[in-house]
Write a protein that binds this ligand. Sequence first.
Ligand SMILES: *Cc1c(COP(=O)(O)O)cnc(C)c1O
Length: 460
Amino acid sequence: MRYISTRGSAPELNFEQAMLAGLARDGGLYLPAEIPALDDIAGFEGISYEDAALRVLRPFTGDSFTDDELSGAIARAYDGFRHIARAPLSQLAPGHHLLELFHGPTLAFKDFAMQLIGQLFQIALSRSGQRITIVGATSGDTGSAAIEAFAGLANVDVFILFPHGRVSEVQRRQMTTPDAANVHALALDGHFDDCQARVKDMFNDHAFRDSVGLAGVNSINWARVLAQVVYYVTSAVSLGAPGREVDFTVPTGNFGDVFAGSIARAVGLPIGRLVVATNQNDILHRALSGGEYRVGQVAPSISPSMDIQVSSNFERALYLAYGGDAGAVRQLMDELKSGGFTISQGAREALAEIYASGRVSEDETLAEIARIHAETGQIICPHTAVATRTARDFMRKGVPMISLATAHPAKFPDAVAQALGVRPELPAHMAGLSGKPERVTRVENDLNALKSLILDRRQA
Ligand SMILES: *Cc1c(COP(=O)(O)O)cnc(C)c1O
């Protein structure tokens, strides 16, 4: 399996190389040169999540990992999840289902991909003896999942940039309390988009990139996208696919999770519609509904993991919608530097075949948490509420709708308390979180300062 860049001028890589690289050297994102069809989808019925993962991943990993390496990595990745089904479905209303993706160690769906790539990185690095420096940007959940997956690993330093003061207390503590020496939590003065932009700057500085062995684990990493394809398949099959169509609604920020859904559709899963649900930071809703991708100011919300304006993985969807025209993508990304671009008519139509979209206000999000609680007794997190609220506008008769529950409500207790007047309890294994000492460095939004801090801190 060969991987190519959305901007067309980076070297082609195999799966392992694309995973270790993260971002392509031309600034683009890696995609498989062809998308293989998934064999025997009906045969997924009743098999374990781990077996399903092996069958979904295998055609994409080529000869990078043996079957034994891959199945071992999958087994270790999901062993720490607190539900035997890993990604169980529950029901909210007739025809409306909730895919619970918060049973992993850091209580958000990011664990599905991060735990797996932690294992795969370990195999690859112990084979090559290479030393790497992971630098990631987070709006809260990627950082905690990455730290959980990479803390204490030999040959790896992990630097996580999060926007100072803009993550929830639970998210912050998950990043600042691990005591492994290879973990470095950095609170940057700025928004998530600033964190993400500085990480991209470091990747585009090839001398720095090579000198520290920079590796990226943000959702721009193809291996993360691939890991997320699995739960689309398992959940759709439990509701009758491939004999029946299903729709999904996905609370969206960086477009990684919903893009994984589009890959599930491309390999042959009968997905009718992928509904992109945004909070008040609605650039994706505006782009998909009106064709204009224009960057505005980030407005901090009660669903902070989606407080994003520049949505990195959308570049992959654009590349496919423009029929694999890397020149067109380069042009759009150039225009983005001066604030935005207009999507061509043909590409808009291609996107509309796959995606629908909606936007949910802060008040609607709170009302939705209260409504779901009143109707089902279940407490959902604010990101999940953005999805379930949007999903209700897109229900189709006879087609099951699956809303993705991307985090556990206890990660966002303030929003839940605002909606319900009660604070959800952290699961028992995380009860000690608030008593532990924190380790964090406050940093300016300055590339050179960040580069020297990384050179200085890493355990070369
Ligand atoms: C990261 C995150 C999202 C957004 O996912 P993307 O892949 O960035 O679109 C939604 N909800 C939660 C809880 C998250 O952590």
